[in-house]
Design a binder for this molecule. Structure first.
Ligand code: NAD
Ligand code: IPM
Ligand code: MN
Length: 354
C-alpha cells in the first residue's frame, strides 16, 4: 500500500475553508483506489498563529515539514492582523525558497461548463512555468532619505542557473504537449535582467530544435492572454511576470477560484508544495461560498506529482462533470456552497469509471 504523508497548512481566510474540502476529496480518491492512503498532519501556521507566537511558523517549522512527501497549502495573508510582506515572507515564500521549490507550474484551460469572461473564447490550454526562487522577489535593497526625498531601492536577482532551469523545465514540458514555448520578456525597458533572460532563452532554444519558440514583451503577452489565449502552449516567465500572468490566466478561465498551482522541488531534497493561485479572499470569508475547485485541482497536481496520473485525470474529469452541470459557486455564476460543490465532486468520483 502506497502511503503519502502530507503536511497540510490551511493558512488564512478561505484557505481554512477549502483545504479540508480538498482533503475530503483526496481521502475519497484513496478509498476508491484501495492501493494508496493519505495521512494528513495539519499545521495551524497563519496570521493568527503570528499574533500568538510572534512568528508565522515555529523556529523548527521547516524541520517539521522536511520529512513529509508533500505540502498542501491553502492561502496566507490577513492584512488586518499582519502586514502582507511579513506573513508571506514568514511562511509561503520562506518554504518556497528554503525547500528549493524553484519552479511554479500553473495551468490555465477551459473547464467544461465554465463561462469565461471572454466574448468568444476558443478552447485554450496553456501552462505557465514561473521561475519561483529569484527574480523580482528579493530582499536585497533598502530605504534611504535623500534631502527632502525618500527612496526605496529594490534589487532583482537573475542567475544563469535559475533562468536555465526554468527554461529547460518549460521546454521539457512542451515536448509532451504542443511543442511551443513562449518567453515572457521586457528587454525593451529593463536593461540588465531581461536582455540576459533573452540571451539564455536563445541558447536553451538551440538545445530543443523541434520546439517552436517565440518571445513576447510581458505587457503585450498579458493582452494576448485575453485576445488569443489559444495561441499559447507553455509560457516561461520570471517570478513577478509569472505571478501576474497566472492571475490573468485564472480570470479568463472564469475565476481565480479555480486555478491550481504546484511549487516543484527539482532535486528531491525537500517536499514540493501544492497551493492554488488564489489568496485568502478576505471579502468572502465565512460565507461558505469559496470556490473549492482551485484547491481540488491542486490536489490533482499533487496526485500527478506522485505518479498517480490516472487518478489525477479521473479527478479532473469529475470536476468537469460537476462544472458542466452548473453545480458551482457564485464566483462562476452559481448558487452552490463550497461544501455542495465538494460533495458533488466526491459523488461523481464514485460514480464515473476510471
Ligand atoms: P485573492 O486571490 O485572495 O482575492 C482576489 C479576488 O478573488 C477576491 O474578490 C476574492 O473573493 C476572489 N477569490 C479568491 N479566491 C477565491 C475562491 N476560492 N472562491 C471564490 N472567489 C475567490 O487576492 P488578494 O485580495 O489580492 O489577496 C488577499 C490576501 O491573500 C492578501 O493577504 C494576499 O497577500 C494573500 N495572497 C496569498 C496567496 C497565497 O497564499 N498563495 C496568493 C494570493 C494572495
Ligand atoms: C501567489 C501569490 C504570492 C506570490 C504572494 C501572496 C506573495 O500572489 O502565489 O501567486 O506573489 O507569489
Ligand atoms: Mn499571485
Amino acid at each position: 500500500m502506497k502511503k503519502l504523508m502530507i503536511a497540510s497548512i490551511p493558512g488564512d481566510g478561505v484557505g481554512k475553508e477549502v483545504v479540508p474540502e480538498a482533503e475530503r476529496v483526496l481521502k475519497a480518491v484513496s478509498e476508491l483506489h484501495g492501493g494508496m492512503e493519505f495521512q494528513f498532519s495539519s499545521f495551524p501556521w497563519s496570521c493568527e498563529y503570528y499574533l500568538e507566537h510572534g512568528t508565522m511558523m515555529p523556529e523548527n517549522g521547516l524541520e517539521q515539514l522536511k520529512g513529509f512527501d508533500s505540502i498542501f497549502l491553502g492561502a496566507v495573508g490577513n492584512q488586518n492582523l499582519v502586514p502582507d510582506h511579513v506573513s508571506l515572507w514568514g511562511l509561503l515564500i520562506n518554504i518556497r525558497r528554503e525547500f528549493e521549490q524553484v519552479i511554479n507550474v500553473r495551468p490555465a484551460k477551459v473547464l467544461k461548463g465554465l463561462t469565461s469572461p471572454l466574448v468568444n473564447p476558443k478552447d485554450f490550454d496553456l501552462l505557465v512555468v514561473r521561475e519561483n526562487s529569484e527574480g523580482e522577489y528579493s530582499s536585497i535593497g533598502g530605504r534611504i532619505h535623500q534631502g527632502e526625498d525618500e527612496i526605496a531601492i529594490q534589487n532583482a536577482v537573475f542567475s544563469r542557473r535559475g533562468i536555465e532551469r526554468a527554461m529547460r523545465y518549460a521546454f521539457e514540458l512542451a515536448k509532451s504537449r504542443r511543442g511551443h514555448v513562449t518567453s515572457a520578456t521586457k528587454s525593451n525597458g529593463i536593461v540588465y535582467s531581461m536582455p540576459f533572460w533573452d540571451e539564455v532563452f536563445d541558447e536553451v532554444s538551440k538545445e530543443y530544435p523541434s520546439i517552436h519558440t517565440d518571445s513576447q514583451h510581458i505587457d503585450a503577452l498579458a493582452a494576448f492572454f485575453v485576445t488569443r489565449p489559444e495561441h499559447f502552449d507553455v509560457i516561461v516567465a520570471s517570478n513577478l511576470f509569472g505571478d501576474i500572468l497566472t492571475d490573468v490566466g485564472a480570470a479568463i478561465m472564469g475565476s481565480i477560484g479555480v486555478a491550481p498551482a504546484a511549487n516543484i522541488n527539482l532535486n528531491g531534497k525537500y517536499p514540493s508544495m501544492f497551493e492554488p493561485v488564489h489568496g485568502s479572499a478576505p471579502d468572502i470569508i465565512g460565507k461558505g461560498i469559496a470556490n473549492p475547485i482551485g484547491q481540488i485541482w491542486t490536489a490533482k497536481m499533487l496526485l500527478d506529482h506522485h505518479g498517480e496520473t490516472e487518478l489525477g485525470e479521473h479527478l479532473l474529469q469529475s470536476i468537469e462533470h460537476v462544472t458542466s452541470k452548473g453545480i458551482v459557486t457564485p464566483d462562476i455564476g452559481g448558487k452552490h456552497s463550497t461544501t455542495e460543490v465538494t460533495n458533488e465532486i466526491i459523488k461523481t468520483l464514485q460514480n464515473i469509471k476510471l
